[in-house]
Design a protein around this ligand. Structure first.
Ligand code: GUN
Length: 278
């Protein structure tokens, strides 16, 4: 039976560190969160970010724009925030409504305020291994792996999913810690066989219960990035928890695993931004 990795506890410890440093050094930090439209999941995330800011002593500025917002309006807001001294970090909640060009929006954010680390400049820095802003979800996964006490160095690491937000930067962070990394995706041949090699398996597919026990090596560390809402309203990960937890050595639950980590790393990045801009 796998040991459960407690994302709530690990994220709470990170937020406490951020809070303590801000209080100790009297740092003034501000995070602007922009949400466009009425996506209910986005609304939940944005509310959680606001709560985390309050906990850490970070000032939060929220901009809730209507669904029909134009590109020009959004870019003007970003320009204003780029020039606002009280705003150290800018986060535009994704996904955006169809008429808005996500890539152009991200590129407009000043790289020094890009606390999501989505801007090309920051993505490039992550690739090289010389970065200030951590990619939030992948860095959260790394913290969870570290919490097991297992070293990544020399391990077989398999990442399922190749998104710019999770899969690709996740692979880079594992590589920076000397893992032997394979990225799998929808065209991968014999996915189960590749996954079974993994000492550390990270599932970022976006499909409920995609990873089954036959795809997991005995004793592996299994990190489940998926947050899928089932028809019955329940949340479920990309990993079939009941059977995989019988075989894995360590596993993250959903909810309470990777989810809370993303916001904790965001708080850390906002503090970093404030210190760099001082
Ligand atoms: N939508 C889902 N996750 C994220 C995230 O980490 N950052 C932003 N900006 N939007 C998201």
């Amino acid at each position: 039976m796998a040991q459960i990795i407690d994302g709530k506890a690990v994220s709470a410890a990170i937020k406490e560190q951020v809070r303590d440093e801000i209080a100790r050094d009297g740092i003034k930090a501000g995070l602007a969160v922009v949400i466009v439209g009425n996506d209910p999941a986005s609304r939940v995330y944005v509310n959680n970010k606001k709560k985390a800011c309050e906990f850490c002593g970070i000032q939060s500025f929220e901009y809730a724009l209507p669904e029909e917002t134009t590109m020009q309006e959004l870019l003007e807001l970003i320009d204003t925030l780029n020039n606002d001294k009280n705003v150290n970090g800018i986060l535009v909640q994704l996904p955006l409504p169809e008429q808005l060009d996500e890539k152009a929006v991200i590129e407009r954010i000043s790289p020094q305020k890009d606390v999501d680390a989505f801007h090309e400049t920051n993505v490039g820095k992550i690739m090289i291994g010389n970065y200030s802003f951590l990619p939030c979800t992948p860095a959260g996964c790394m913290e969870l792996i570290h919490s097991t006490g297992i070293s990544v160095s020399g391990k077989e690491c398999v990442v399922i999913g190749r998104s710019n937000i999770v899969g690709k930067p996740m692979a880079m962070l594992l590589l920076h810690e000397n893992g032997t990394v394979t990225i799998c995706h929808s065209r991968t041949k014999d996915l189960a066989e590749v996954c079974r090699r993994a000492d550390i398996l990270v599932a970022a597919v976006g499909k409920p219960n995609f990873v089954t026990a036959d795809m997991v090596k005995e004793g592996a560390v299994v990190i489940d990035v998926g947050i899928n809402r089932l028809e019955n309203g329940k949340l479920c990960g990309d990993v079939k928890f009941d059977e995989v937890s019988e075989k894995a050595g360590w596993i993250t639950p959903v909810p309470g695993g990777v989810g809370p980590m993303t916001i904790a790393v965001l708080m850390k990045n906002t503090l970093t931004a404030a210190k760099l801009q001082k």
